[in-house]
Design a protein. Structure first.
Length: 395
């Protein structure tokens, strides 16, 4: 039996894509065992009690002191470096040190975060175990990272990031991705890493018999829903700008529900109040998004950068047509014009599409059914588990 440890520095209970994905893997331990894989997910929750700052289902009306301090710190390079340590590196080192003390004997140690992998390599002499690293990105290691810390994308810090890349990639056995496009993009950006040592496995979700609400064909309102952290990368502002660009009477043909919380929430709320003449709901972070998906007509995600979003898979599973962007693995999730629409992360393009949906009276139910079929064909948990098991035995 292959023994595999997945080491993760975050909380599995957190409402983000990485935590949902790894929580799903942990819940699949029995299925992996049936395929002769002893798979364990080791996370922050194994060493610390879960203490949450997430107010599920609530949206605070005022900016917190913590958020204000972080926002101010990110305005300088030194402050950004300090935040990087406090929010990320400290956790990565903590988890690795705790894991190292256990002296576990396994065939594969598998990471889904770059810095956790780097910290492990720095603190543990290489044994017989194979080291795997998956990057949940568009193929650029630092793309999403610099979205969060833009002031760290400076010339004088580039040698540091280059060193981190070379150190890590020279000591690991495989680099993985959640879709084929990011894998190919990585090959272009990092040609020094052997392409035959890269792989991709689609994320997968458990199949559930959801009952989608019957769409009221007499209703003139199309209900849009977006699920994700409220941030510049997810580009919820682009959705609001697209709605605001429509004539007032056509804006009222749509409603929008934003599920999630984040550092641009206040900005989004203010823009919505001043510029949009239809219903926009901010519901905050929720433990289970299913009820919001089942009452929507269309799922929308205007991200500037992604890997293979779990939120889109959740929407596909609920028979929703998808409007999203032509970035990373997203085009592998949508049949343009059949199960949804692919556009650039440009609010003007989205505004034109929203006009088309109204003018052409698109059959959203049929598109949603096609979306669910694609989910069942490519993105089920069973397919993901089988693919990972084959990967582990190929090493």
């Amino acid at each position: 039996m292959k023994k595999v440890d997945i080491v993760y520095s975050g909380w599995l209970e957190a409402p983000n894509g990485a935590s949902k994905f790894l929580s799903g893997l942990k819940c699949s331990a029995d299925s992996f065992s049936d395929l002769n894989v002893d798979m364990n997910v080791i996370s922050k929750g194994d060493y610390k009690a879960w203490s949450t700052n997430y107010n599920f289902g609530k949206v605070e009306s005022k900016e917190t002191l913590r958020t204000r301090i972080f926002s101010m710190a990110k305005r300088t390079t030194v402050g950004s470096l300090l935040l990087l340590y406090i929010l990320y590196l400290k956790n990565h080192v903590y988890i690795v040190n705790k894991y190292k003390k256990e002296n576990r004997v396994v065939d594969i140690v598998y990471f889904h975060e770059f810095f956790t992998c780097y910290a492990y390599l720095r603190r543990k002499k290489r044994g017989k175990e194979a080291i795997l690293l998956s990057l949940h990105s568009s193929g650029d290691i630092w793309g999403m990272f610099f979205e969060t810390f833009p002031l760290l994308n400076v010339v004088w810090l580039r040698p540091l990031f280059r060193y981190l890349e070379r150190y890590t990639f020279s000591r690991i056995d495989r680099v993985g991705f959640v879709a084929d496009y990011p894998r190919k993009k990585f090959g272009e950006l990092y040609p020094e890493f052997p392409f035959d040592k890269t792989f991709f496995v689609y994320n997968g979700l458990e199949t559930k018999p959801f009952i989608k609400k019957d769409r009221d064909i007499k209703s003139s309102i199309i209900q849009l829903v977006c699920v994700g952290t409220l941030c510049d990368r997810k580009n919820q502002m682009g959705i609001l700008q697209a709605l605001a660009s429509l004539p007032n009477d056509l804006q009222k043909r749509y409603s929008l529900t934003l599920v999630g919380d984040g550092n641009v929430r206040n900005e989004l709320e203010n823009f919505s109040r001043k510029n949009i003449h239809t219903e926009v709901k901010f519901v905050g972070s929720v433990a289970d998004v299913t009820s919001y998906l089942l009452t929507a007509d269309v799922f929308i995600l205007l991200s500037k950068d992604e890997g293979l979003p779990i939120s889109i898979l959740e929407a596909m599973r609920c028979s929703l047509p998808i409007i999203s962007t032509q970035v990373a693995g997203i085009p592998e999730m949508i049949e343009d014009g059949k199960s949804g629409y692919l556009i650039p992360p440009d609010y003007q393009k989205l505004s034109l599409l929203l006009l088309d949906l109204l003018e052409k009276n698109v059959d959203l139910i049929e598109m949603g059914e096609r979306s669910k079929k694609l989910f069942e064909q490519k993105f089920t948990k069973e397919k993901m588990i089988l693919a990972y098991s084959k990967l582990f035995y190929s090493i």
